[in-house]
Design a protein around this ligand. Structure first.
Ligand SMILES: NC(=O)c1ccc[n+]([C@@H]2O[C@H](COP(=O)([O-])OP(=O)(O)OC[C@H]3O[C@@H](n4cnc5c(N)ncnc54)[C@H](OP(=O)(O)O)[C@@H]3O)[C@@H](O)[C@H]2O)c1
Length: 198
């Protein structure tokens, strides 16, 4: 597949790009900095410029967002909005288990963690809620993965995908990268926002 990666300089995005290359995909990183990963081409793109984002995604089979929004930096929803009319494009984005989605049946602790995150990082959660709404109304073949707390441990090669609540409270970025790449070809995840946990 030809895959465009947003956030390829990030801690998870870098692992995703490397794992894509290892699995024989053609990978282009799009963003404000070149991740300088062997086998990964780079295209400088202002991700707040919707037409530049769309141009970068033209001719690609899939796009992956490992972006992290900040205060005054709603980059996740901006990219989703820019791509939203690209019918048929496979789009995978990483949000977090603190985000609520239809069909959730979280236990008390997970609901509390979500409440805490909304208090501590309201801009981040608001941007993710907006991103999910854009995806649900879009023409994309989208999947939003919702991992819990990330760590930098080595890959175990295993992860759990669930639809109602997270199966655990952590996952390594390396295992998450595998889950993202696996999701590219998993039609059962299209139009869904599963939890993925270690
Ligand atoms: N940390 C956790 O425990 C946790 C838990 C659950 C989910 N998540 C989610 O998992 C994902 C990956 O997390 P991470 O820790 O691997 O991310 P990270 O290392 O913080 O990387 C963030 C990436 O976003 C890019 N970015 C942010 N704003 C941008 C902009 N305006 N234009 C271009 N690029 C921009 C950064 O690019 P530059 O290098 O150019 O800055 C970087 O590549 C994120 O979506 C995060 O919200 C994290």
């Amino acid at each position: 597949m030809k895959v465009l990666v947003f956030g390829g300089t990030g801690r998870t995005g870098r692992l995703i790009a490397q794992w894509l290359v290892k699995n024989g995909h053609t990978v282009i990183a799009a963003g404000r900095r070149d991740p300088q990963i062997e086998g990964v081409a780079y295209r400088a793109v202002n991700l707040s410029d919707a037409s530049a984002v769309r141009t970068a995604a033209e001719g690609m089979d899939a796009a992956i967002s490992a972006l992290a929004s900040g205060k005054d930096n709603p980059v996740c929803s901006e990219v989703a909005q820019a791509l939203s009319e690209m019918e048929g494009l496979r789009f995978i984005t990483i949000a977090g288990s603190g985000l609520d989605a239809p069909g959730d049946a979280k236990g008390a602790l997970d609901r509390f963690i979500g409440w805490l995150l909304r208090r501590l990082m309201p801009h981040m959660i608001a941007d993710r809620e907006r991103e999910l709404g854009i995806l649900q109304a879009s023409r994309l073949r989208w999947t939003m993965l919702r991992p819990p707390l990330l760590n930098n441990k080595p890959s175990t090669g295993r992860y759990q995908t669930t639809f109602d609540r997270p199966a655990s409270r952590g996952i390594s970025r390396a295992d998450l990268a595998r889950a993202v790449v696996d999701a590219l070809e998993d039609g059962a995840l299209i139009g869904r926002a599963p939890f993925v946990a270690g």
